[in-house]
Design a protein around this ligand. Structure first.
Ligand code: ZN
Length: 438
């Protein structure tokens, strides 16, 4: 099957349900940038699609960084003077500040409060906090829980280990007809957070499954990595291979009911930037486009000046702009099957444009060929809009001088990419056009 037929063949509704079910399965696991929760998640992804899991030892130098110690947690709680658990890690893995060092001691309320984090504005939500690079410990709780704490002595316990180990990440590779690659990267390091983390994981897995059944021009590399340190580690170990990346997207926050947003690559006008905009405008999917900024997810690393890869990010509500961001309210109700399937459709549409965007040579460039004689003029049957198709023929013939791509033509003609692609295929079939393989 060709990638351009993807949208016609995928059952989007069923895909939305299955992505939500996959996120639901992964939701309870306490993931972090290293450790067993991350490994369990990668293994689960590996049951869905072939996944090469890499382990990079603690202390490995990756550019200006080094792979941190591995963090694992088994249990944590705060007990009041009556021995009642007032905060319990078993009820929510967001209750512990990630990378908390082990602790077990008695503590006064005043001192305890210096280790507690809540959201006074959202008194029923638990915040998500991390302290990867500063040794400390802490608990996150709802503001209501915090306000209920009575003066007195408390016992705190965090049964964690921070020790030499490794950082894990997973890679799934689909070989296409060319060695040129499309990168799809998602972070997989957040604990029970649905939109910021699991929605991107579920969509990437689904996309890999779908593309696995297609005949592809590009090779596709899917990365399931811990945020920031994972992409830095991958780039440090693959700086040569990274040159193969022709187009890329960071996949995250694709499950909420907000509208689609595209953050351009640092280059700003890379083919991926244009393909996303054209594909979604053609589908009349509302899209807000933002310029690159060195803040957000792993596009910061892919677009660092040494690499400057053409990698953008297609999301629904962007990073940090929704109230539920990095709180317990980013849960399985916050992501919806319909939103996941709408995002999947957007990704498939973009991939269809990338896959179909070739350059052609007009084999009859001295004045227009006679379309009528070939049955390509007016009397066209089988095309939804014969007038539009005729216009598409003329544009493709005129601009197919081996330098303009079909995307160039579709943008300039202001016609749907699919129509331009269909026109090119028809002209090839009539011997008027030839694909130029660069
Ligand atoms: Zn996050």
């Amino acid at each position: 099957m060709k990638a351009s037929q993807l949208l016609l063949t995928v059952d989007l509704r069923a895909a939305g349900e299955s992505m939500h079910a996959f996120a639901t399965e992964l939701y309870p696991t306490c993931r972090s940038i290293t450790g067993d929760g991350l490994r369990t998640t990668l293994k689960r992804i590996g049951r869905q699609i072939p996944l090469e899991i890499q382990e990079v030892a603690t202390g490995t130098t990756v550019f200006d960084w080094s792979v941190p110690r591995e963090w694992n947690i088994r249990d944590a709680w705060i007990k009041n003077s009556r021995g009642e658990k007032v905060v319990d890690f078993q009820k929510s893995n967001l209750h512990v500040v990630q990378y908390s060092v082990p602790v077990q001691r008695r503590i006064s309320l005043d001192e305890l409060k210096t280790h507690l984090y809540s959201l006074p504005d959202r008194p029923d939500w638990i915040p998500y906090r991390t302290s990867y690079y500063q040794e400390t410990w802490g608990f996150c709780l709802t503001h209501r829980q915090l306000e209920k704490l009575e003066p007195g002595e408390y016992e705190v316990k965090i049964d964690s280990t921070l020790a030499e180990g490794s950082l894990s990440y997973g890679e799934h590779f689909l070989r296409g007809r060319t060695a040129d690659e499309v990168l799809l990267s998602c972070h997989v390091c957040h604990p029970s957070l649905a939109n910021d983390n699991l929605s991107g994981v579920a969509l990437s897995v689904k996309l890999a499954e779908i593309l696995g059944g297609c005949s592809l021009k590009y090779s596709y590399r899917f990365l399931f990595i811990p945020g920031t340190i994972g992409s830095i580690t991958w780039l440090a170990r693959n700086s040569e291979r990274a040159r193969q990346i022709q187009h890329g997207l960071v996949v995250t926050c694709v499950g909420d009911s907000g509208g689609l947003h595209y953050k351009r690559s640092r280059r700003g006008d890379a083919e991926i930037d244009r393909a996303v905009i054209k594909a979604l405008r053609d589908r009349r999917q509302p899209l807000e486009v933002r310029d690159f900024s060195p803040y957000g997810y792993d596009e910061r690393q892919y677009c660092s000046p040494g690499f400057n890869l053409p990698v953008g990010s297609l999301t629904r509500s962007p990073h940090g702009t929704f109230a539920q961001y990095h709180t317990s309210a980013d849960n399985l109700d916050f992501i919806r099957p319909e939103a996941l399937s709408d995002s999947l459709a957007a990704y498939l549409a973009v991939i269809s444009v990338l896959e179909g965007n070739s350059r052609y040579q007009n084999l009859n460039p001295w004045c227009e060929p006679q379309l009528g004689r070939r049955g390509l003029y007016r009397a066209l049957g089988g095309f939804a809009d014969a007038g539009q198709m005729e216009l598409a023929f003329l544009w493709v013939l005129n601009l197919s001088d081996a330098t303009h791509s079909l995307l160039d033509i579709a943008e300039r003609a202001d016609l749907p990419f699919e129509l331009i692609e269909q026109a090119a295929e028809t002209l090839v079939a009539h011997g008027l056009l030839e694909e130029r393989l660069v």
